[in-house]
Design a protein around this ligand. Structure first.
Ligand code: KIV
Length: 276
C-alpha cells in the first residue's frame, strides 16, 4: 500500500509510531521500501554523509533534486520528503514556494522539509497553500549551525522551552503535516507531542514522539566522523563493507579472483583462428 501524508495522520490518530530514515540513492531507498519504512527523508545531511562537507550549509538545490530523483525511483510507494537546502527558502516566501515546487516537479518528492519555527511560518503557509505538504523541523536546526555556535541540545531553560512550544504551535498553525524535533529534552518533546495534533518525529528527542527519524549511515555504522548520543547502531554495515573491500583487495592481489566461474568462454577454434 502506498504511504502518504495520510499514513502519518492515521498513525497519530491510532497511537501507532511512524518510521522515517534518510536515504540519498536508489538502491538504499529500494531496500528501505522492501522492509516497510513509512517515510524516506532525502536529508540535506547528504552534505555530511555523501559529499563529505563539515556541515549542511553548502548543499544546493541541484544536489537535493539529483538525490531525490534517485530515491523516488527506488521507493515509488513510500512517502519521500525532500529537505529544502540552506538559502532556498530563507530569502523570501516567493523563493520558498518556487524551490519547494522544483523539489516536487524535478525531484519527484511527495513533501518538503524546512527548518525553523515562527520565523518561517509564512513560508510554510505559502508552500502548503500551493498544494505541497510541508514537514517542519525545530529544535536543533543544522542549517543554523553558525548561529548556534555548535551542535547543542535545545530548549533546556524556561525561555528556550517556551520558544520551542511556540515554534511547534506556529508550524502546526501554518499547515505543516509533521514536525521534526531534533535534540530536544525527552520530557519537553513529550509535552509538545501531546499538545499538537500533527505528527512529531523525534531525533534525539526521547521515545514519546509520534515517530522517529535517523540518518541511515549513522544507524548502520557507516558514517564514522562522529556519533551523536542519540544514535544506536542497529547493524555494523561499515565494518562489513570494509571486510568485503579488504577481501577483494586480498584476492585480486593474490591472483585468486576472478576464478574460472567468473569468466566467459570462447570456442577454441576462434582463438586458433585469431592467432594464425
Ligand atoms: O538532514 C537530515 O538528515 C535531517 C534529519 C537529521 C532530521 O534533517
Amino acid at each position: 500500500m502506498k504511504k502518504t501524508v495520510n499514513t502519518f495522520r492515521d498513525a497519530k490518530a491510532n497511537g501507532q509510531k511512524v518510521t522515517m530514515l534518510t536515504a540519498y540513492d536508489y538502491s538504499t531507498a529500494k531496500m528501505m521500501e522492501e522492509v516497510g519504512v513509512d517515510s524516506i527523508l532525502v536529508g540535506d545531511s547528504l552534505g555530511n554523509v555523501m559529499l563529505g562537507y563539515e556541515d549542511t550549509v553548502s548543499v544546493t538545490m541541484e544536489d537535493m533534486i539529483h538525490h531525490c530523483k534517485a530515491v523516488k525511483r527506488g521507493a515509488p510507494n513510500t512517502l519521500v520528503v525532500c529537505d529544502m537546502p540552506f538559502m532556498s527558502y530563507q530569502t523570501s516566501v516567493y523563493d520558498g514556494v518556487v524551490n519547494a515546487g522544483r523539489l516536487m516537479k524535478e525531484g519527484r518528492a511527495n513533501a518538503v522539509k524546512l527548518e525553523g519555527g515562527t520565523g518561517v511560518a509564512p513560508v510554510i503557509k505559502a508552500i502548503v497553500d500551493a498544494g505541497i505538504p510541508v514537514c517542519a523541523h525545530i529544535g536543533l536546526t543544522p542549517q543554523s549551525i553558525n548561529a548556534f555556535g555548535g551542535y547543542k541540545v535545545q530548549g533546556k531553560d524556561t525561555a528556550a522551552a517556551k520558544k520551542l512550544v511556540e515554534d511547534a504551535l506556529a508550524v502546526q498553525e501554518a499547515g505543516a503535516f509533521a514536525v521534526v524535533l531534533e535534540c530536544v529534552p525527552s520530557k519537553l518533546a513529550k509535552y509538545v507531542t501531546e499538545k499538537l495534533h500533527i505528527t512529531t518525529i523525534g531525533i534525539g528527542a526521547g521515545n514519546d514522539t509520534d515517530g522517529q527519524v535517523l540518518v541511515y549511515a549513522d544507524m548502520l555504522a557507516m558514517f564514522s566522523d562522529y556519533k551523536p548520543k542519540f544514535v544506536k547502531h542497529f547493524a555494523n554495515v561499515g565494518e562489513e563493507m570494509k571486510k568485503g573491500i579488504k577481501g577483494y583487495i586480498d584476492e585480486v592481489t593474490a591472483g585468486s579472483y576472478p576464478a574460472e566461474e567468473h569468466g566467459y568462454s570462447i570456442a577454441d577454434e576462434v582463438m586458433e583462428e585469431i592467432q594464425k
